[in-house]
Design a protein around this ligand. Sequence first.
Ligand code: ZN
Length: 177
Amino acid sequence: MKYAVRCEGCGCNGKVPKEMLGAEVRCPKCGEVFALTREAIPRMRVLEVREGDILVVDVNAHTGGESAPVRVRLLGVDTIEVRGRKSFHTPAAEEFARERLLGRDVFLEFDYKEEDDFGNKLAYVWLFDEGVMFNEMFIQEGHAEVHRGYKRIAHFPDFMDLESQAIVAGRGIWAKG
Ligand SMILES: [Zn+2]
């Protein structure tokens, strides 16, 4: 698992393994030495929530630079519900995502695959202040299924556990009735 970090010297972006948080590193570009703290993690702001699992984030929300919107797909979750021959994103999932994410600060964590086939970033989206991962909340509250197409991601086993719990508890799309 890797976190995106930004060099404090030249502002270049890099990715470091989670285990390195807290360590001192030297930027390969400008030579600046800085500690990899949460402050070095680019803090982005959610501008839009589209169809539940796609967000638009401003990567420059805290850099003073011009707004730089980037599309991000929530990695490892599936909000498409199929009923008969129709498939759709459940309104409840979208509402949940909007409530929790819109206008909030987040940071991204990447896995082995960083982009989907449509040019969206594929990421675990963490709420910056709370330090909780939205992808997990989404599954835990029964608003999304685990995406079976991403079995190799690091969080897949945790996601499956959370999904089982949501099914047993009958939350969200798993509601009994
Ligand atoms: Zn640098």
